[in-house]
Each structure stands twice: as structure tokens, then as C-alpha cells.
Design a protein around this ligand. Structure first.
Ligand code: SAH
Length: 377
């Protein structure tokens, strides 16, 4: 049993079974035993590899996207470039390097890294040590001072906890984690249903609700609405809200039951882009997309960027650049974690943009979200 599992058992003993979102949050962000707080999980030796770790082109293009949005915003004298969940800091480092072609943008920047993990915060400090722009760290977006802003979030929302409700005869009952007599953790359901959920579905269906993601997005979008700006979210997930449970736990690239080793494995859930979009629209912002990662990075110039980099590269570097970009764009099904077939990253991952009212089309997005509540310019 992991140290975190022991602690969770004690909490359950004193407070009773806990909802899945509390369990997931403890797994990832417990101050002593949380997965992100105790390690650097990225890369081939870690549990997963993310787009900025696959190809420098990804962060570079997101940086240029941000620089473009700054001009669209009317080039405010100061702008906050905020990254949510920056991992190793690779995306921001690549973004700032690419933006050397836009020195006025760099001169206007205050970079804010929103990170809960002290281990990763140290790692990000190392990565960004040589940067010439002011960089500061905070554990929550709410601590970023007011003002015009551009927010980047890659694989952040999938790490925010989700609640699960299971359809029983009497209604939707929340999934709870409880203690088994054998010393293990078990999933069960609450005795009485949640009266606010009215959706109809066959008994046994699971409804996954990313309440923490919605709230986070609502706060980001509110800030964008109030002060002007844009956000770009890239994550794996689905464009339409659907029934079903998507939580996945990974340990060294292999799927594992999240109850088996709390704190030792990464636990994520697919992002429900439709409800993320609705949360942003409810805060008065315009929403663009979602589009697939493949389409988004192609439209903002992945292939051209790769060609430009290759002109200065050795043959080995050129081959790496090509394979990295190919992975970002891959849409065909491929063997994923545990050898299971899954759509390539280019199709599984989606991009969504949020802009303040009246801003023109952000690069990479053809049109506003179809049932957008905000008015398209
Ligand atoms: N964006 C990075 C890392 C993605 S992993 C990349 O693409 O490589 C998720 C990141 O979010 C980690 O840095 C993790 O520590 C951070 N994180 C998770 N929950 C968080 C929260 N509630 N607030 C801030 N950061 C969080």
C-alpha cells in the first residue's frame, strides 16, 4: 500500500467514503504524497510524454500565436503571459525563444507560471533561468494580478479532478471511494441519488462531470472578459459531451487501476470541450473551436516551422524534427498505453481558444463555436 493510500484510508475512517474528485485531487496534489508534488513525471523514463517534450515546434508556435494575439488586442503596453500547469517549462522556453522575432511583444511581457508542484516549479526555474523577461510563479490563477492577459494551457485541464455519477434505479448516485475490510480501497456508490442531475440514461451509465475544470475555465474567461485577452487550451478529450467514464491512470506508460497505487501513478480524465466552452461563454467570452491538434498546428504553420528549423539542422536533428512534428500531427490509430489502440495524438488532442468580446479570429480557428453564446466579430 502506498503512503497516500494509508492516509486516504484514515480520512475515510474518520469522514466516511470520499467522492472520486477528492480522491483524484489527493492522488495528484496531496502536499506530501501527491503524484506531481514528488516527481518529474515527463519523458521516456517517466509516465507520459507531452507535445512540448515531443517537439520544440509546439511551444514555438504557441509563442507566436500569443504574439499575434497581443497585436490583435491592440498591443497593450503590459500583457500577462500565463501558463497553467507548465510541467518542465519547456513550452514557455520554446515560446519565448520563438518570440525573439517580436521584441516589442517580449518587452511587454510579464510571465506567470501557475504550478502547484514545488518539484516542477524548481524544474521550470532552471529551464527559464536565462530568460530576459520577468517570470513569476503562483500556485493558482487567482493570484495573477489583473490586466490584459494571454493564457496557455497544454495538458492542464485533464489533471483537474472529475466527479462520477452512476445511474441506479433511483437516480444518479455519486461514486465514492471507501475502505475494504481487506485493507484495500474500493469504489462504491452513494446510498441516495443526486437530485440536481436529471439526464436520462440506462441503469449502469456513468456521467463524468469536470466541475473543477468548469470553475477554472470560468475564472480564466471572466478575467479575459474583464481585461481583454485570449486563452488557448490544448488537451486530449472529446468535442461533444457524452456519457461514460474516461479516467485513466498511468504508471510507466502502462494503464493501472487508479485505486491500486494512489500517489504513484498519473490520473487524468478526458476533457469535455463542450462543457469547457459553455463555462467560458457563460463568463461572457467568445469561444473558437474545438479543432483537432493536427488541424490547429498545421494551420499555424507546423510544417513551415519544421522546414525552417531543418535548414540549420544536422541530418540526425532534421530526422528528429520530422518525427516530432509527425507525432504531433498523427491521426491514424496507434498502439497507446498498454498496447491499446487509440487515435493518434493529432486527432485525440483538441485545441480551443477563448477571446474577449470583439477580438478578431485567432490563428488556427476558422470560425467561432457554432452554438456560441458570445457574438462573433
Ligand atoms: N503543460 C505541461 C505539463 C502537463 S502535466 C506539458 O505539456 O508538458 C500537468 C501540469 O499541471 C503539471 O505541471 C502539474 O504539476 C500541474 N498541475 C496539476 N494540477 C494543478 C493545479 N490545480 N494547479 C496548477 N498546476 C497544476
Amino acid at each position: 500500500m502506498t503512503l497516500l493510500a494509508e492516509e486516504i484510508r484514515v480520512i475515510i475512517e474518520t469522514e466516511g467514503p470520499m467522492p472520486f474528485d477528492r480522491f483524484m485531487e489527493l492522488c495528484l496534489c496531496h502536499p506530501r504524497h501527491g503524484y506531481y508534488l514528488t516527481r518529474d513525471p515527463f519523458g521516456v523514463d517517466g509516465d507520459f510524454v507531452t507535445a512540448p517534450e515531443i517537439s520544440q515546434v509546439f511551444g514555438e508556435l504557441l509563442g507566436l500565436w500569443a504574439a499575434h494575439m497581443w497585436s490583435v488586442m491592440g498591443r497593450p503596453e503590459r500583457v500577462r503571459l500565463v501558463e497553467l500547469g507548465p510541467g518542465r517549462g519547456t513550452l514557455m522556453s520554446d515560446a519565448l525563444r520563438a518570440c525573439r522575432v517580436a521584441p516589442e511583444f517580449l518587452a511587454a511581457l510579464d510571465v506567470h507560471m501557475i504550478e502547484t508542484s514545488p518539484v516542477l516549479r524548481d524544474r521550470q526555474r532552471e529551464t527559464l533561468a536565462q530568460e530576459q523577461v520577468p517570470v513569476s510563479w503562483a500556485p493558482s490563477f487567482d493570484l495573477v494580478p489583473d490586466g490584459p492577459l494571454i493564457v496557455l494551457a497544454n495538458e492542464f485541464f485533464d489533471a483537474l479532478p472529475v466527479r462520477h455519477f452512476v445511474r441506479a434505479e433511483e437516480g444518479w448516485c455519486e461514486k465514492l471511494i471507501g475502505n475494504g475490510a481487506d485493507g484495500r480501497l474500493y469504489a462504491g456508490i452513494a446510498a441516495s441519488p443526486e437530485p440536481l442531475i436529471r439526464a436520462d440514461a440506462p441503469v449502469g451509465s456513468v456521467l463524468e462531470i469536470g466541475a473543477a475544470s468548469h470553475q477554472y475555465m470560468a475564472r480564466v474567461a471572466r478575467r479575459i472578459t474583464d481585461f481583454g485577452g485570449a486563452a488557448l487550451v490544448v488537451d486530449y478529450g472529446h468535442a461533444q459531451t457524452a456519457l461514460g467514464e474516461t479516467v485513466q491512470a498511468l504508471w510507466r506508460h502502462q494503464p493501472i487501476d487508479p485505486l491500486e497505487a494512489p500517489g504513484e501513478c498519473d490520473v487524468t480524465a478526458h476533457v469535455d470541450f463542450a462543457s469547457l466552452a459553455r463555462a467560458a461563454e457563460a463568463s461572457g467570452a467568445n469561444v473558437w473551436g474545438p479543432t483537432t491538434q493536427a488541424q490547429f498546428v498545421t494551420e499555424i504553420g507546423a510544417l513551415q516551422r519544421a522546414e525552417a528549423l531543418k535548414r540549420r539542422a544536422t541530418p540526425t536533428q532534421a530526422a528528429d524534427i520530422d518525427s516530432g512534428v509527425a507525432r504531433l500531427l498523427a491521426t491514424a490509430p496507434e498502439a497507446g498505453a498498454g498496447g491499446r489502440m487509440a487515435p493518434g495524438m493529432g486527432a485525440l488532442f483538441k485545441a480551443l481558444a477563448v477571446t474577449s468580446y470583439g477580438l478578431e479570429r485567432p490563428p488556427g480557428f476558422d470560425q467561432p463555436r457554432r452554438d456560441a453564446g458570445g457574438v462573433a466579430p
